[in-house]
Each structure stands twice: as structure tokens, then as C-alpha cells.
Ligand binder design. Structure first.
Ligand code: MF3
Ligand code: CO
Ligand code: CO
Length: 281
């Protein structure tokens, strides 16, 4: 396994997963916290009538104002500063001119690069008054992410994470999308290991202190199957059922887990009924 080092962020030998040291942890805290603040900033803007293009512009301006760069911009031909996935869109929705409307649910996924390190996080935002079944899906998905995070500790495996997520989603009569997974990251945006959001405890890669990766479950009210639209990016549920996603960037520590992208304002789930309707600023 590769140990802490300063080599250039290029692809490594397959099967080796980088184990990071204290300087990398400090850099990821910076990138993760700025990403969280970008998602916090959006809470007051995600209202009926705003276009996802306007949200994208807010993310771009926030990055520029804070010495950061949106990792998705010019990434593999993607031309926006975030992804905005509305209702039955599972992930990688491209911001556009259509305004959000009352009752929509939207995932906003932001990855900010700070000093070369990536913070990758996404949340669900309710637009105006959200139907009960959509609110329930968002709650279940948030709980899935938290259960996945709770499974992280040295000696556990990536399979423990997937199993915890799948168990909760299916107990709540929802389904786990199989076509996309969490990923290692750091100085690279997408690296090893793959973090599947389903599976069995003990399968996959053993977790070790110093590993950095995302957990980002996509959970559907209906069947798990997705298709990609003609734009080459937008993933939607085949049965057009609602889909939700939350994402954090985390590290395995000596004793468990550190979440780099926690909201400093407590808005990790902006519509969490336990908080009441979120108001910041
Ligand atoms: N942020 C997404 C992730 O969680 C990746 C988006 S890539 C894009 O991995 F090109 F679609 F923006
Ligand atoms: Co990600
Ligand atoms: Co992301």
C-alpha cells in the first residue's frame, strides 16, 4: 500500500490506496469546510422560481471569491460548477434555464478544489412545500449516509458501509442505485477505492487510517434502475420514481471516522424536520 507522500496527483498502480498523513488531513479540512459553506450559502436561494443556472453561477462566484476552483468545470467535457438533480434525476443533472417549482426536491453536488485538494459534498434541498413522500425519501437517504459513515473504522471493510446503507434503504421500502458509487479522492477527484452503497459486511477493501473517500448513496422510491439521457450526463430513474442523494467526504482515522464536509451551520440536511425550516445568515 502507498504511504503518506508528496508525489504528483497521477494515477497510481491499480490496487494501491493512498494512506494520508496530518498535512493532507489539514488540507482536506480546508477544502471540505469551504465546500460545506458553499452548500450552506445556497440554502437561502433554493426557492421556487430560481433557475439551476443561477445556482450554478452562485457556486462559481463563491469558489472564485474564496480562492477555490469547482472541480466539475471542464471535467471530462462537463461545463458547469455543480450538478443539480431534480426529482427523478438520480445524479449529474446539468444546470439549465428551467426554474425550480414549489414541491420539487433537488440535489446540489459541489466539489471545490482548495490548494489542489478536493472537497466533494451534496445535499437535498426542498423547494417550497414538499410532498410527504418526497420528504420521507430525503430523510431515509440522509439516514443511509449517516449509517454508512457510522460503519467506518479501521478494520471494517467497504462492504460494511454498503451493507449498512442497503439494509436501511430496503427496510424503508426504498432501493439503492447500483450504477454509481462513492470514490477515493484527495489530490485526485476520483480515485480508488470504489465505495458501493450495497453489499455485505466483510466484502471489498479493508479500511485503514489515512484513507480518504466519499460516501454518496442514491436512493429511489421505486426500482433501482437508471438510464442516461442523450446529453450524456443526466441519470434518471427508469420508472421515473423520485430519487435522492446526500454526499460527504470523509477520512478513516485511528479511532473511526472524520467527516470533512460537515456543515458549520448545522445544515447538512437543510430540511431536517428536527431543525424546523432552515434559516441562516
Ligand atoms: N461530484 C460528483 C461526485 O460526487 C461528480 C460529478 S462529475 C460531473 O462524484 F462531471 F458530472 F460533474
Ligand atoms: Co463524489
Ligand atoms: Co459529488
Amino acid at each position: 500500500m502507498t504511504q503518506t507522500g508528496t508525489e504528483a496527483p497521477t494515477r497510481r498502480q491499480p490496487g494501491t490506496i493512498k494512506l494520508h498523513g496530518p498535512e493532507a488531513f489539514a488540507a482536506m479540512r480546508k477544502a471540505g469546510q469551504l465546500t460545506a459553506r458553499a452548500l450552506d450559502m445556497l440554502v437561502d436561494f433554493v426557492k421556487p422560481g430560481i433557475t439551476t443556472d443561477a445556482i450554478d453561477r452562485l457556486v462559481f462566484d463563491f469558489a472564485m471569491d474564496h480562492g477555490a476552483y469547482p472541480a466539475t468545470l471542464y471535467y471530462r467535457g462537463y461545463m458547469r460548477s455543480c450538478c443539480t438533480s431534480i426529482n427523478h434525476v438520480v445524479c449529474h443533472g446539468i444546470p439549465g434555464e428551467k426554474p425550480l417549482k414549489d414541491g420539487d426536491i433537488v440535489n446540489i453536488d459541489v466539489t471545490l478544489v482548495v490548494d489542489g485538494w478536493h472537497g466533494d459534498s451534496s445535499r437535498m434541498y426542498g423547494v417550497g412545500e414538499v410532498p410527504r413522500r418526497a420528504m420521507r425519501l430525503m430523510e431515509v437517504t440522509y439516514e443511509c449516509l449517516e449509517k454508512g459513515i457510522q460503519a467506518v473504522k479501521p478494520g471494517a471493510t467497504t462492504g460494511h458501509i454498503g451493507a449498512a446503507i442497503q439494509r436501511h434503504a430496503e427496510a424503508e421500502r426504498c432501493s439503492v442505485v447500483r450504477d454509481f458509487c462513492g470514490h477515493g479522492l484527495g489530490q485526485l477527484f476520483h480515485d480508488e477505492p470504489n465505495i458501493l452503497h450495497y453489499g455485505r459486511a466483510g466484502e471489498g477493501v479493508e479500511l485503514k487510517p489515512g484513507m480518504f473517500f466519499t460516501i454518496e448513496p442514491m436512493i429511489n422510491l421505486g426500482r433501482p434502475h437508471v438510464k442516461i439521457l442523450a446529453d450524456g450526463w443526466t441519470a434518471v430513474t427508469r420508472d421515473r420514481s423520485l430519487s435522492a442523494q446526500f454526499e460527504h467526504t470523509i477520512a478513516v482515522t485511528e479511532t473511526g471516522v472524520e467527516v470533512f464536509t460537515r456543515s458549520p451551520a448545522g445544515l447538512d440536511f437543510p430540511d431536517n424536520p428536527a431543525f424546523g425550516k432552515a434559516v441562516i445568515g
